[in-house]
Write a protein that binds this ligand. Structure first.
Ligand code: ADP
Ligand code: MG
Length: 455
């Protein structure tokens, strides 16, 4: 999906105010009625409709008049809100080229004021084949109320929380810098996905390191669940870094054994094929069953090991339950992605928005538990606030107070992470991540370092 950040620079305060009003309205409306958008935005001199027309022109909102006149946010609109928040927080000041297209994400380079280049992952749950989307929609309709924006936000929050926790336990993962809505900013890995690597100096060592990681994850109570050559990066020194965490599960999950075996099997298969490894030789010290694979049952596992760290990032048990419900709707689906971004399907919202809590906060990636918003949003004092961000928060004051500690600790973590990213990843104009990604679709979106600081 094209991310033309040029447009961002020309959007006015009113544009963002109205865009934010649409996002707020989506907490409990599939399509937000135009007059409600007007009431939430409360532009001083009216004219919300004119602003909506401008947003529509840039594809930041979608117009729907099938039942009544209304609008909903598009992924692009959601991207812009997240990017603006990141820029306001000082996380980055420029968006560069696209460096990866995942199954359900787009990855871009971003850089901050002092030239540190980082990676920004925009989650796009719902980017999959029609059949998969249809079955997910059916699945979700029978359970609770979700929409793709909410799920993408959850995926981002989960990824951020796990990356932080894993880093703190010494796992080789990118440094998690910040998270807002469906967007995660992390350090840029100077390496390549293993799938692109044709030769290794020490394939046995790399293989053993990778299998060792699966085992160590299990010891820490976790299974990656998508541990394969696409989600393992490797640098020129053959150092291994793992990525992509939204689907991780606990070792106490009912299918834990199957997920663990599948992760192990993927690695064995890949190394067997690509590097002609014969496993009897190189897996002696990790082997403990006759098939020479590490066995799940003989690993001493400590479930809940990372719980504290996960909670510290604002990722709750309910968040985990919600995202698992979605992921498990996936289990029977064999086709994962056709790689095409079908904007209509991606933006499909599921009826009933009680549990939709899109993140509004400037300072925390955590969300409010319930979307009891409509009345609050419609109350007159809402519109009198000067700034759309504070207006958004007007309906969530209780949560805000509850979250003071969390907000403080996240801000601290962010400062630390940015300092770490600064240390390790200074601008490298010849970034080696100019590869094609697994889908072979790495876009050549060579918008070079759009300066966004002028907002
Ligand atoms: P998805 O969840 O959609 O599969 P991934 O997290 O696996 O997304 O990322 C997709 C691709 O983007 C990866 O295969 C990798 O090439 C690239 N990528 C992701 N994160 C980074 C990073 N921190 N640094 C460099 N490249 C990255
Ligand atoms: Mg991936």
């Amino acid at each position: 999906m094209k991310l033309d950040v040029d447009v961002l620079r020309y959007l006015s305060k009113d544009d963002f105010r109205v865009l934010t009003a649409v996002e707020m309205g989506m907490r409990n409306h599939e399509i937000v009625p135009s007059d409600l958008i007007g009431r939430i935005a409360s532009l001083k001199h009216g004219g919300t409709y004119k602003v909506l027309k401008n947003l529509l022109k840039h594809k930041l909102v979608h117009h729907d008049s099938s039942k009544y006149d209304g609008f909903r946010l598009t992924y692009l609109g959601y991207d812009f809100l997240a990017i603006k928040t990141m820029v306001n927080r000082g996380v980055f000041t420029a968006v560069g080229r696209q460096i990866g297209v995942g199954k359900e994400s787009d990855i871009f380079e971003v850089s901050n004021e002092d030239g540190t280049v980082m990676a920004m992952k925009l989650h796009r749950l719902g980017r999959m084949s029609f059949r998969a989307v249809k079955s997910k929609r059916d699945y979700l309709r029978h359970r609770s109320s979700f929409n793709w924006l909410y799920l993408s936000r959850l995926a981002a929050l989960k990824e951020f929380a796990f990356m932080k926790a894993l880093e703190e336990h010494g796992f080789p993962v990118p440094n998690a810098v910040d998270c807002n809505r469906h967007c995660v900013v992390m350090s840029l890995i100077q390496g390549y996905p293993l799938v692109q690597v044709k030769q290794l100096q020490n394939p046995e060592t790399v293989f053993e390191t990778i299998i060792g990681l699966v085992v160590r994850l299990a010891e820490h109570g976790l299974i990656h669940c998508d541990f394969n050559e696409f989600n393992i990066m490797i640098d020129d020194d053959e150092k291994v870094i793992m990525i992509d965490f939204p689907q991780m599960v606990s070792v106490s999950h009912r299918n834990a054994q199957m997920y663990f075996d599948r992760d192990i099997e993927c690695i064995f298969k890949f190394f067997g094929k690509r590097f002609n490894l014969s496993f009897e030789e190189c897996s002696d010290d990790i082997d403990d069953d006759e098939s020479s694979r590490p066995s799940f049952s003989s690993i001493t596992k400590t479930a809940g090991f990372l719980d504290k760290e996960l909670a510290a990032s604002g990722f709750t048990r309910k968040d985990e339950d919600d995202i698992q419900k979605f992921i498990e709707g996936d289990v029977e689906e064999d086709d994962v992605s056709d790689g095409e971004h079908d904007s209509e399907l991606c933006q499909t919202n599921i009826k009933g928005f009680d549990s939709l809590h899109l993140d509004q906060e400037e300072s925390t990636s955590r969300c409010n538990e319930e979307g009891q918003v409509v009345e609050n949003l419609q109350s007159p004092e809402v519109g009198q606030r000067g700034d759309p961000e504070s207006q958004n928060l007007s309906s969530n004051e209780g949560d805000e107070n509850d979250d003071t500690e969390l907000v403080k600790s996240l801000a601290k973590q962010r400062r630390r992470a940015m300092a770490a990213a600064r240390k390790g990843h200074h601008k490298n104009s010849t970034s080696r991540n100019s590869y094609k990604d697994k889908g072979g679709k790495s876009s050549n979106n060579s918008k070079i370092q759009k300066q966004l600081a002028s907002w």
